[in-house]
Design a protein around this ligand. Structure first.
Ligand code: 5GP
Ligand code: ZN
Length: 141
């Protein structure tokens, strides 16, 4: 897509620090990393987000993911690693070409704050059953 910065990174018209490339995917350093080694993995095919991703694109993308994660792990030996994908502006997506973030985690002072505030008390077994059923219905359509 002509006005997409990640398509331009893939075709080389915008420079990037590439770490991996194959026929289907491209991985490069995030220009504004949260931690040392923060990497983005993108499909070469322009796909806006996970909701629009064809299965073969997903297969090829995720096939490369462990390679990238293991390379980051053995380069910097972080204590853990978050892989995050934001879909839609409300969820924090700012570049509308699908990308999977690899964010190695080093200590409590690193650039990523992950806080889970569960709403478990609102989701009783009955509610969970009903919510699950609503999703299952869509899968079976
Ligand atoms: P999002 O918020 O959409 O999940 O993440 C977009 C990411 O792309 C951000 O972390 C941002 O730093 C990164 N980014 C945006 N523009 C560029 C660019 O031109 N080059 C690189 N390497 N990363 C970029
Ligand atoms: Zn694109």
């Amino acid at each position: 897509m002509s006005d997409c910065i990640f398509c331009k990174i893939i075709d080389g018209s915008i420079p990037s620090t590439k770490i991996y490339e194959d026929e289907h995917v491209y991985a490069f350093m995030d220009v504004a990393p949260l931690t040392k080694g923060h990497t983005l993995l993108v499909p070469k095919q322009h796909v806006k987000d996970l909701l629009e991703m064809p299965e073969d694109v997903a297969r090829n993308l995720y096939a490369a993911a462990p390679k990238i994660a293991n390379a980051i792990q053995s380069a910097f030996n972080p204590q853990g690693m978050n892989t995050i994908n934001n879909n839609g502006s409300f969820a924090g997506q700012t570049v509308f070409h699908y990308h999977l973030h690899f964010i190695p985690r080093y200590d409590e002072t690193d650039g990523l704050k992950v806080k889970w505030e569960t709403k478990q008390s609102e989701f009783t077994q009955d509610v969970l059953k009903s919510v699950g059923e609503q999703i299952r219905e869509k899968l079976n359509q």
